[in-house]
Design a binder for this molecule. Sequence first.
Ligand code: FAS
Ligand code: PHB
Length: 386
Amino acid sequence: MRTQVGIIGAGPAGLLLSHLLHLRGISSVVLEKRSRDYVERRVRAGVLEQGTVDTLVEAGVGGRLLREGLPHHGIELRYGGAGHRIPFEKLVPGRAITVYGQQEVVKDLIAARLEAGGDVRFEVEDVAIHSPEDRPYLTFGGERLDCDVIAGCDGFHGVSRPSVPPGVLRTYERDYPFAWLGILARVAPSSEELIYARNERGFALHSMRTPEISRFYLQVPPDADVAEWPDERIWAELKARLETVPGFALTTGEIIEKGVTPMRGFVTEPMQYGRLYLAGDAAHIVPPTGAKGLNLAVADVRVLTEALAAFFHDGSTGLLDGYSEACLKRVWRAQHFSWWMTTLLHTFDSDDDYGRRLQLSHLDYVTSSEVAATTLAENYVGLPFP
Ligand code: FAS
Ligand code: PHB
């Protein structure tokens, strides 16, 4: 078998890349180790930047997103017994976020690829990368796929990064001393907008997926075991951290999914080696406090698509040679913003009273200064693409 671009991974990065390449007349094959049902049910990100929405709509896969997605024009920072709204419509006019589950994006992209006759293969075993330096090919389940280029879209635990010889890649990493317990509940949201709560007991986030489904996160110890978090304890802790302002009551309901996600920042440099190009979580990870993970994957894929189009249509390699550099400026901006939101809102055991007062003073500044609030707003809705 032969294709122009061999793509490992059918997450947002791999599927969007395959779709955008198809629109440019470039062939690809997507190899995914999990089942279609698994990837379409995997609950992860929920917030799409303005640029991500625009990208999906312009690529013809944003119909359901526009119908079912929930546009949001602000978020609330809740601390010290009060709520403080960050009004996007005032600070960054015309830019907003849309709440639409990552699994819905994945469903829409898979449907579009299959409708276009795209080659997306699920439950593929033992994908391996060979001679990425030149004349690359992939092997899997006893088969061979010759490619001109390989896109490593296989997430943080994939095979792409480890396929690069030792000494080529430099990694930057920061592990946080806590994790997030993510909860999906069949209950109407108790707030129309997202609530980011800084609380002495720990951080809590009230998000949502639909008018009937709420999404919550609790800061928990890094080694937290979900078995130690029965539903009763989850609701009690969410109430303790969110019911801190007059008139707010959290509606409880059936919890349909819960899981612990580690909090880390991670960047691989460069994001390429020979004919292998890394995109999305295969190249970088951010703590989800800034809702950047999925959106960064989209940004990488936009850059890679343009570079591959120039390569296949004009034979020019300039954009491919500059792929990593073109992505990393936005990657590090998102790393910093995610670190900033995480340190602003989470409690750190290493903090002394002085540190906690600094944090509260920082929050007071962000919620009282229009300039400071604008820095949060413009990063949160997503900086315009270059
Ligand atoms: P993905 O990890 O989504 O996709 C990689 C794909 O490659 C997967 O389908 C995997 O099965 C496949 N794969 C891996 N190894 C393979 C192999 N050897 N062969 C074939 N296929 C292989 N981001 C946010 O913005 N907000 C959040 O709340 C949030 N929550 C998250 C919760 C969890 C538990 C995790 C793990 C991540 C979360 N993220 C969140 C980040 C997440 O949304 C990622 O940024 C996003 O999935 C990135 O998309 P991809 O780069 O496509 O990687
Ligand atoms: C989510 O709804 O999953 C979500 C929202 C905002 C975040 C992280 C996750 O910062």
